[in-house]
Design a protein around this ligand. Structure first.
Ligand code: 13P
Length: 251
């Protein structure tokens, strides 16, 4: 795996002025770093952020998208609309959407398929809750979540970005240890190997309280190809520190 991918998930944060200031600082700090950077921003800011990132190395992503092409789906945004704005990535199946919007594994898989059909790379999130980890069900849960996506995408499964985000580590300050994360990443990679020829080409990101101080250790793991960063992506120095750690590890 060559360059790592560090994607910020801004969640429901930002405003026109702070978005601009943040992106200007990231773009400046990114020069000379050997890592891919992306920001997944609230849909209403996609046009603004796309314009600000046009002449930078920062790729733009959405945080969700519809599984449908068009039609009577009030409040939804289609992959085609994202494509028109040159959006490169769309997060699908984030645990906050699974939890608060009741998205099923099937819905998540349908969204991933719809993204790929429109030339957008889905960042597919999987991860177990604390109760599931404590019950020893981590492998079983993430395997089920990924298997529905693999089934839906068939040989195209190799074109996704996968993100392992243990739900108990999101926004809590608790991080999976590098060993815990690596163990899950390795099993996800093994599962992908059953569906695609080059599983090593699928980037598997870790997400869940990754920050400037723990990024290097996590990113050094064999099967951790990058990070999906929430809170720390909202502060340029923190996000750039993670990008710096990724750059130092690039092969
Ligand atoms: P935090 O980095 O704030 O824990 O969020 C992780 C996440 O959910 C990224 O998608």
């Amino acid at each position: 795996m060559s360059k790592k991918l560090i994607a910020g998930n801004w969640k429901m944060n930002g405003d026109l002025a702070s978005n601009q200031a943040l992106l200007e600082q990231i773009a400046k700090g990114l020069v000379g770093l050997n890592a891919h950077a992306a920001v997944c921003v609230p849909a209403i800011y996609l046009a603004q952020v796309q314009a600000l990132c046009a002449n930078t190395e920062i790729a733009v992503g959405a945080q969700d998208m519809s599984q449908h092409n068009s039609g009577a789906y009030t409040g939804e945004i289609s992959a085609n609309m994202l494509k028109e704005l040159n959006v490169r990535y769309a997060i699908v199946g984030h645990s906050e959407r699974r939890q608060y919007h009741f998205e099923s594994d099937q819905t998540v898989a349908a969204k991933a398929k719809q993204a790929l059909a429109n030339g957008i790379t889905p960042i597919v999130c999987v991860g177990e809750t604390l109760a599931e980890r404590q019950a020893g069900q981590t492998q079983e849960v993430v395997k089920r979540q990924l298997s529905v996506v693999i089934h839906e995408l068939a040989h195209c499964a190799g074109e996704i970005v996968l993100a392992y985000e243990p739900v108990w580590a999101i926004g809590t300050g608790l991080t999976a240890t590098p060993e815990q994360a690596q163990e899950v990443h390795a099993s996800l990679r093994a599962q992908l190997a059953l569906a695609v020829k080059h599983p090593e080409r699928v980037k598997i990101l870790y997400g869940g309280s990754m920050n400037a101080s723990n990024a290097a250790q996590l990113l050094a793991q064999t099967d951790i190809d990058g990070g999906l960063i929430g809170g720390a992506s909202l502060k340029a120095p923190d996000f750039l520190a993670i990008l710096g750690a990724a750059s130092a590890l690039a092969k």
